[in-house]
Design a protein around this ligand. Structure first.
Ligand SMILES: *Cc1c(COP(=O)(O)O)cnc(C)c1O
Length: 396
């Protein structure tokens, strides 16, 4: 063991030396637009709390009531004695919201993505995956014996080339797999054109809509809604851990037979505990709020547009778009250092944003990622842009 500990210590040092160490800030408050940590008070621009539901009083109340009514935990997987009517109701509501026949709940979207591919795709099948897809999609795909094809991010010409390769290989089932929104860029997968290609090649389409569900599209039904392809996407996965309350849970939605088969065969579903009742109830309330009114989405859009406008006027280099993930770019050799220093300087002024550099994003494309929320006030948004300006002056 001593030798192993020394080796691990060396690995830890390598991570630190490479500047890749991830330190955790401990919050001493709930998740919200304004947070306190053990070190500072800050306006928070790095949570996935897009609709501000993580600490919404109605969501908290629904979860709290459920805790009293349904107990703390299930102490069982779903198929033994871990399914309450709450779970079935949540699955039905998710399916309805994303426009699918059925949905199946997992402990997380990481598990949903880890459990969906192996059941549906095997030897002789082909999985065609965007190069920027989330780690959980990559891992889930790795668990299959299907042929793996990778295409350049949102690149339709390369997607076509890969689909042609699957055809040449005589693939049985083919599926195109993409994030709806790419989380480092805030860009969308061009789902309308991806569905066109899928039709042309007889392929299915699976979209992981974790960074969209609840707030992208006029009704918040996600990237397929935004691109007008709700009825053309075959399978959708997503998380309850971002806009929809932000607690935990993920899902796969699709045709009834697919969901039925996943319940029989999907390993993270079969061999992992049921989602806690209070989380199911809080998520149901979050879904209800997101469905009942466009108010949260309107506020989020307003905040996003204002922030992008203020930053553009101040001469910052933004990746274009409309998603609340706003990438403020610091290109070039010196970019990683500048982005890090500016983020640090902003935290001193009470604005919490995160800098990303290689290997999380390509070399020379360092950025600060700002995530807007409906929980932010106009004043919060203006404070963020102002902090960027003054940090830039200080850092030079
Ligand atoms: C956040 C995220 C996940 C993981 O969701 P969890 O429910 O937190 O496991 C999966 N896919 C994408 C695209 C994500 O952004």
């Amino acid at each position: 063991m001593y030798a192993v500990r020394d080796e691990i210590t060396a690995t830890l040092q390598e991570i630190r030396d490479a500047g890749l160490w991830k330190a955790e800030r401990q919050l001493t408050s709930p998740q919200n637009a304004h947070i306190t940590t053990t070190q500072a008070e800050a306006i928070n621009f790095c949570a996935n709390n897009y609709l501000g539901l993580a600490d919404h009083p109605d969501v908290v109340a629904a979860a709290s009531d459920a805790l009293q009514e349904w107990g703390f935990g299930m102490a069982s997987v779903r198929f033994i004695c871990g399914t309450q009517t709450l779970h079935a109701e949540l699955e039905a509501r998710i399916a309805e919201f994303v426009g699918c026949e059925a949905a199946i709940l997992y402990s997380s979207c990481f598990d949903a993505n880890g459990g969906v591919f192996e059941v549906l795709f095997g030897e002789g099948d082909a999985i065609v995956s965007d190069e920027l897809n989330h780690a959980s999609l990559i891992d889930g795909i790795r668990l299959t014996k299907a042929g793996r094809y990778r295409y350049k991010n949102a690149d339709l010409a390369d997607l076509r080339a890969q689909l042609e390769a699957t055809k040449a290989a005589g693939a049985r089932r083919t599926v195109i797999v993409t994030d709806g929104v790419f989380s480092m860029d805030g860009s969308y997968a061009p789902l309308d054109q991806i569905c066109d290609l899928a039709d042309e090649f007889g392929a299915m389409v699976l979209v992981d809509d974790s960074h969209a569900i609840g707030f992208v599209g006029a009704g918040g039904r996600g990237t397929p809604e935004l691109f007008g392809v709700l009825d053309r996407v075959d399978l959708v996965t997503g998380t309850l851990g971002k806009a929809l309350g932000g607690a935990s849970g993920g899902y796969v939605a699709g045709p009834q037979e697919v969901v039925d088969l996943l319940r029989q065969r999907s390993r993270p579903y079969l061999f992992s505990n049921a989602v806690a009742p209070m989380v199911a109830a809080g998520s149901l309330k979050a879904l209800e709020i997101a469905t009942a009114s466009d108010e949260g989405r309107a506020t989020l859009q307003r905040n996003t547009a204002l922030f992008r406008q203020l930053m553009t006027e101040a001469g910052f280099d933004l990746l274009p778009g409309t998603h609340p993930i706003t990438a403020v770019m610091f290109p070039g050799e010196d970019g990683a250092r500048r982005a890090g220093q500016i983020a640090d300087a902003m935290l001193e002024e009470g604005v919490y944003v995160i800098a990303f550099s290689f290997p999380v994003v390509p070399r020379g494309k360092a950025r600060i990622r700002v995530q807007l929320s409906a929980a932010h006030s106009e004043e919060d948004v203006r404070a963020c842009a102002a902090a960027f300006v003054s940090a830039r002056e200080r850092v030079g």
